[in-house]
Design a binder for this molecule. Structure first.
Ligand SMILES: [Zn+2]
Length: 361
C-alpha cells in the first residue's frame, strides 16, 4: 500500500479534463477500488459541502480502459495521533438517513449531524454555501463512506472524515472509484467525461449567478442592515438562508430556509408568496443581462492542492463578484445561451426552492 505524504494536486479548477500521472495508492473502497494519483483533472464530490457531483470518465493503463464510476474526496492523517480513536467515529447505524450535516465546518468541529434541515438551516454566517450531503445519491453518484488501511495511515472518505476541509494535519485526496485495482507507481492517463463535466460547469456557473440575482431581487425585503452582504454589496439572502444546494447537469436546485432567525435578522417574509412571480421575473431578467454581458468567469487558485480555498470570480458590469467555490465552471457567462429559474415557496412559507435551468450556446 502506498504511503501518502501529500494532498492530490488538481487541475480541474483551470478546466482541465485530461491528465497523466503516477498511481500513489490503490485500495478497496465501497463500490470497488479507490485509485489515488499524484495529480488529476477529476473533480471529486466534496465531503463537507457536496454540491457538485464527482466526475466520471476513464483511467487508461496498460492498454486497458477502466471506467471511473465515481470520484470522491478522501483524507488520510499525515502524522500519528491525527486520527481520532475508532469509538469517536460514528458507527454505520448511527448515521442519519439523509446524511445532512453542517456546512460551516469551521465553526463546528464536533461532527454534529442533523437529520432535519430546520436545525441547521438558520445558522449564519456561513463561510460557504451549505451543502446537502444527500445530493450525490439523487444524482446517481454512489455515496462512499468508510475507512481503508494505508501504510501511512487510514484513508477515510465521505462522512467518516472527522476534520474540517483542508485540515493541515491531513492529506486531502481525490479518490477515483474503479472496478479493479491499478498497481501503484504505474503511470496512467486520466480522461474526464467532457460532456457531463461541461454540463455540470454550466449548472454551477448558473447557480452562482442565480444566487447573486436572487440577492438583488430580494434586496428591498430587508427592514434593517443584514448581518452580511454579498460581493456586489447586496444583502446576502443566499448565504444567510441557504439550506441545501445541488448542482445537476445544466442546472441546480437550491433550497432556502426562511425561518425565525432570518426574519429576526431583518428579512421581511410577509407577502413573499404574492410577490414570487415578480421575484422570479427579476431574477430571470438579471440572468439574461449577465449572459448578454459575456462576463469573464475564473477561479482564483492559491495552490494546486485539492483542499486549497479557491475563489470563483465573475467580472459583471456592476463589479467583480466572488464566492468561495470548490467546483468547476464555464469561462464566461456568454457560454450560456439562456438561464431561467422557477421559484417555489412552501405552503408554510418557510422554505423557498429555486430550480435553475441553464442552456449552453
Ligand atoms: Zn460553487
Amino acid at each position: 500500500m502506498g504511503d501518502i505524504k501529500e494532498s492530490t494536486a488538481v487541475t480541474f479548477p483551470s478546466g482541465a479534463v485530461a491528465g497523466r500521472s503516477r498511481v500513489v495508492a490503490a485500495l478497496p473502497v465501497d463500490g470497488g477500488y479507490g485509485v489515488i494519483v499524484a495529480e488529476t483533472p477529476f473533480h471529486p464530490l466534496d465531503n463537507s459541502w457536496p454540491d457538485q457531483p464527482g466526475d466520471t470518465g476513464v483511467i487508461r493503463w496498460d492498454e486497458l480502459e477502466l471506467r471511473v464510476a465515481d470520484c470522491v474526496t478522501g483524507a488520510v492523517p499525515l502524522a500519528d495521533g491525527a486520527l481520532p480513536p475508532e469509538d469517536a467515529l460514528p458507527s454505520e447505524g448511527a448515521r442519519p438517513t439523509d446524511r445532512q450535516r453542517h456546512a460551516d465546518r469551521e465553526r463546528h468541529t464536533d461532527r454534529a449531524r442533523h437529520t432535519d434541515r430546520e436545525r441547521h438551516a438558520d445558522r449564519a454566517p456561513l463561510t460557504d454555501r451549505a451543502r446537502h450531503v444527500g445530493s450525490g445519491r439523487r444524482t446517481g453518484s454512489a455515496r462512499i463512506s468508510g475507512r481503508s488501511r494505508l501504510a501511512g495511515g487510514t484513508l477515510l472518505t465521505g462522512d467518516d472524515i472527522p476534520v474540517r476541509r483542508g485540515d493541515p494535519d491531513w492529506a486531502w485526496l481525490v479518490v477515483h472509484v474503479l472496478e479493479r485495482r491499478v498497481p501503484e507507481d504505474e503511470v496512467v492517463e486520466l480522461d474526464v467525461e467532457p460532456v457531463r463535466r461541461e454540463a455540470l460547469s454550466a449548472g454551477h456557473t448558473a447557480c452562482h449567478l442565480m444566487a447573486l440575482a436572487l440577492n438583488r431581487a430580494l434586496a428591498d425585503r430587508w427592514r434593517k442592515e443584514p448581518p452580511r452582504t454579498d460581493s456586489l454589496g447586496r444583502p446576502d439572502f443566499d448565504q444567510l438562508a441557504i439550506a441545501a444546494s445541488r448542482i445537476v447537469p445544466h442546472g441546480s436546485v437550491d433550497t432556502y430556509r426562511i425561518g425565525r432567525s432570518l426574519r429576526k435578522r431583518g428579512f421581511v417574509a410577509e407577502g413573499l408568496a404574492g410577490a414570487l412571480g415578480d421575484v422570479e421575473a427579476a431574477v430571470n431578467e438579471q440572468l439574461a443581462a449577465w449572459i448578454a454581458a459575456d462576463a469573464t468567469v475564473r477561479l482564483d487558485v492559491p495552490s494546486p492542492e485539492l483542499a486549497a480555498r479557491r475563489l470563483w470570480r465573475c467580472d459583471l458590469p456592476e463589479g467583480t463578484a466572488s464566492l468561495p467555490c470548490g467546483g468547476t465552471h464555464l469561462r464566461a457567462t456568454g457560454e450560456l445561451s439562456r438561464a431561467r429559474v422557477r421559484l417555489e415557496l412552501s405552503d408554510t412559507g418557510d422554505e423557498l426552492v429555486v430550480e435553475t435551468r441553464a442552456e449552453t450556446a
